[in-house]
Design a protein around this ligand. Structure first.
Ligand code: AMP
Ligand code: MG
Length: 527
């Protein structure tokens, strides 16, 4: 299909109250779910990459994506006749504190389409210029953060993790001034615009803002609209529906966090304005992937002292965020007792059960059996944290070990696992003793398990990805791109399309982080 046959219905703006003021000045916007605002035109847009799988969601083929019109539209230079661009009003809790109005400060929605399969997709540009919600910032995005968002959105999708999608990555040909290290030395960087797709970009903060302002009638309208468009399987809104809806948000959030814990993903800024009501991973900023398994690791330098958003804290933070959402929905949901129960069962319990099943799958077990596995999992995670051990490599390599061949304590690491260790000099007798006992216990546990070795290996390899968007891999692609070579972006997109496959010809992307990247800014940490 071509671009001009996209079918827009723009239900968000046609259903919900909008900002009466239409000038693009930065301000507090009251009584509105959104403000109309046009993208800022750019000088020299150039298509760097597009995702064919994301294009398919819009029924667009490759030819449409390579057209001049595509680049013009998704750089923000032109609009299709049915596009009605707008920025959303939302608030949020940032690092535990209520931050008031935030809103789409550098995101502009172009409109909502309904595709051939009757799926709804909102098209959103990130970095297409200022909106009423831009506060003191410029509404722009630099190439490096856009590459990271583009690649990671699609990588997460291919890993089977709920996420917003990325359609295109376009260089604007314009400079963007950024103080990358916040050290008073800003420099110009190349600008870029990513087009993101999601059934909806509604965040917890979209609800919070109205309750904080006592605009309860608008809160109610937004809730009903969200249920009708994003949760259509829930019946006509009544009191029970609202509780069911909240329960589903909890479950979806639990599912998303379990996936993050499975692959070692750290979001980095789990503020309530970065939490999708659909349980999708959203807003790829200073995210990162665990290299050495360390629950206290975060890529976000602004969080180094508190570790609020560190890997191991993500399940708790999600609960905290859901509690803020619940508080803001209290006028709709009614009973605080019921809400508390839902948080407990649909989030906390649900998370625990799903986490146990996920860990069982990582070890190739047919199912979680508490009496054996509680100790098995906790001991393994302690061992992994004991000396710097690459999480991705370790779990992937574990499938290569025949645990039933391990019958006694060993004095050397099993060969397949050696490549997962960052500090071989730390592997002493005590460590080997502890680890071999664990492997013996694991071997024993496997004998009680129903699945065959083939099934177990298959299960492990479908759970433990071989290829993830390691921080340094994104860093290398960025460095090349900043020097005009975009080929690595496509190469990584291609690699990460099949993250669970062996892809032997791409083996060089399967290694723990090289030492040069340990402290390199952009490859190790971000802000
Ligand atoms: P984030 O932590 O990136 O999700 O952003 C928090 C808030 O800051 C959101 O309201 C963003 O829209 C806004 N924001 C972030 N970067 C910019 C920017 N360059 N220009 C305008 N607003 C921004
Ligand atoms: Mg955000």
């Amino acid at each position: 299909m071509s671009l001009d046959s996209l079918h827009f219905d723009n239900s968000f703006i046609h259903t919900l109250p909008g900002d009466q003021q239409t000038d693009n000045s930065r301000r507090q916007v009251y009584g509105s779910c959104y403000s109309y605002v046009a993208p800022t035109k750019v000088r020299q847009p150039k298509l760097i990459a597009f995702s064919p799988e994301a294009a398919e969601l819009l029924d667009l083929n490759e030819q449409a994506c390579l057209s001049n019109l595509f680049t013009e539209i998704f750089a923000g230079n032109s609009l299709l006749p049915d596009m009605e661009p707008f920025a959303m009003c939302y608030g949020g809790h940032q690092f535990g504190n209520w931050a008031g109005q935030l809103g789409d400060g550098r995101a502009i929605n172009l409109g909502e389409i309904v595709n051939k399969k009757r799926e709804r997709w909102m098209l959103q540009l990130k970095g297409a210029g200022p909106t009423p919600y831009s506060r003191r910032a410029d509404g722009l995005a630099v190439l490096r953060s856009s590459i990271r968002e583009f690649l990671c959105s699609e990588a997460m999708y291919h890993l089977g993790i709920p996420t917003t999608r990325a359609l295109s990555l376009i260089a604007t040909g314009e400079p963007v001034l950024r103080d990358m290290f916040y050290d008073g030395h800003p420099k110009n960087e190349p600008g870029a615009v990513v087009c993101r797709l999601s059934p909806s970009f509604t965040r917890f903060g979209n609800f919070e803002i109205f309750t904080s302002r006592k605009e309860i009638d608008i809160l109610a309208q937004l809730v009903d609209h969200t249920i009708q468009t994003d949760f259509p399987h829930l019946a006509e809104p009544d009191e029970d529906t609202y509780l069911q809806w909240f329960s589903e948000i909890c479950t979806r959030t639990a599912e998303m966090i379990v996936h993050w814990m499975r692959v070692g993903f750290v979001h980095g800024v789990m503020n309530t304005d970065n939490m999708s009501i659909l349980g999708l991973t959203i807003d790829y900023g200073p995210y990162g992937w665990l290299e050495g398994y360390d629950p206290r690791w975060t890529p976000n330098t602004t969080d180094f002292t508190t570790l609020r958003y560190a890997f191991g804290n993500q399940p708790n933070v999600a609960m905290w965020n859901l509690t803020q959402l619940a508080n803001s929905l209290l006028p709709i949901l009614g009973s605080a007792d019921e809400i508390q129960k839902i948080l407990e069962t649909s989030y906390r319990q649900e998370f625990i059960t799903r986490w146990q099943d996920m860990m069982a799958a990582k070890l190739g077990l047919a199912q979680y059996i508490a009496q054996y596995d509680e100790a098995l999992f906790s001991e393994l995670l302690e061992i992994l944290a004991n000396t710097e051990t690459d999480m991705t490599v370790f779990f992937r390599q574990l499938a290569a070990i025949h645990p039933d061949t391990i019958t006694t304590e060993f004095s050397q690491l099993p060969e397949p696992l050696v490549m997962a260790y960052y500090r071989p000099e730390e592997i002493n007798e005590e460590y080997l003793k502890r680890f071999s006992r664990w492997l013996l216990a694991y071997g024993h546990r496997i004998k009680t398990d129903a699945s065959s070795r083939d099934d177990r290996v298959k299960k492990m390899n479908n759970t433990n990805p071989k290829y993830v968007l390691r921080n340094y891999l994104a860093g290398e692609a960025i460095e090349l791109a900043e020097n005009g070579d975009y080929s690595r972006i496509m190469e990584l997109l291609d690699l990460l399309r099949n993250p669970y496959d062996e892809q032997p010809e791409k083996q060089h992307f399967y290694q723990k982080r090289p030492e040069w990247a340990r402290h390199k800014p952009g490859c190790a940490t971000l802000s």
